[in-house]
Design a protein around this ligand. Structure first.
Ligand SMILES: [Ca+2]
Length: 284
């Protein structure tokens, strides 16, 4: 294709195609400290659809650029040392998968489905980091565009969607809004974990229109593991120097850490029966 591709700030969509991407609408919700919905808000995002073999759709949303504070406040309950110190990060606009990669999408590109909790519209799990990278390579080759894993900064910026609360929904989460498996956070009531993955898109999206950012499965990022954010880049690039390059960051699950950050060796396939260590990935 003749279009020039830009990784930033145009994501993987040709710059010339920008204005042509249709707007989609969605509704996000906000909760009080007990997890009760107190506000609903309409949102819109530009959507780009990649068609995979077999006609399987892969939807991406444009994430507007901006600046945000990355990491957890030391005042937050459950904040780990991994999440500090906080820092300001500039993020150019990019495109990101609306959902974690589904089993239908993974099967279409990779020709196999390693998931334990089978269901074509559930996220694929038990994916090692190297295979998530391979998925991106194959999709890039097939489409002529650039697909890659998000940096951790991009992932967190996309998750927060302009909010500064512990969760994009607000002060807490509940199992009515998030598929997660550890006890209640803050003043939210106790809950019953589902113990298995759910179809993507089963819960309200965040302010950018992205789904399951706090639960369902963890998602691989490009970044190498570091003990904390001291010395991390302040642009949105992945932090791939120093640290332990055999371990990569995962974000956006919920069990071992309510905030959903874990570190896994890149070559490790998470165990099948523990929702805490399932893995999926999103693109930018
Ligand atoms: Ca997630």
């Amino acid at each position: 294709m003749g279009d020039r591709l830009h990784l930033h700030p145009f994501g993987m969509v040709p710059a010339s195609a920008w204005g042509r991407q249709p707007l989609i609408s969605f509704e996000t919700v906000f909760v009080n400290d007990r997890g009760q919905i107190v506000r609903r808000q309409r949102g819109q995002a530009q959507q780009y659809v990649e068609t995979l073999p077999g006609g399987v759709r892969l939807e991406l949303l444009r994430i507007p650029g901006g600046q945000f504070t990355m990491g957890g406040s030391s005042r937050e309950v459950g904040r780990s040392d991994l999440e500090g110190p906080q820092r300001r990060v500039n993020v150019p606009s990019f495109w990101m998968g609306k959902f974690a990669v589904t089993q239908a999408q993974y099967q279409a590109v990779m020709g196999n489905n390693p998931a334990y909790f089978k269901g074509l519209q559930r996220p694929v799990e038990r994916v090692i980091w190297e295979d998530a990278k391979e998925f991106c390579r194959r999709l890039s080759q097939r489409s002529g565009k650039t697909y890659r894993l998000p940096s951790e900064a991009e992932w967190e910026y996309a998750c927060r969607a302009g909010t500064t609360t512990p969760f994009h929904y607000g002060a807490t989460i509940t199992t009515d809004l998030v598929n997660y498996g550890l006890g209640s956070y803050g003043n939210a009531p106790d809950n019953t974990p589902r113990g298995q993955t759910t179809n993507v898109g089963s819960f309200p999206p965040n302010g950018f229109g992205l789904y399951d950012m706090h639960g369902n499965v963890y998602e691989w990022c490009e970044d190498v593991w570091h003990a904390n954010y001291a010395g991390a880049p302040t642009d949105s690039s992945a932090w791939i120097t120093g640290g332990n390059s055999t371990k990569r960051m995962m974000r956006g699950g919920s069990r071992n850490s309510l905030r959903g950050t874990v570190v896994l060796p890149a070559a490790t396939s998470p165990t099948p029966t523990d929702l805490a260590t399932t893995s999926a990935f999103e693109f930018v």
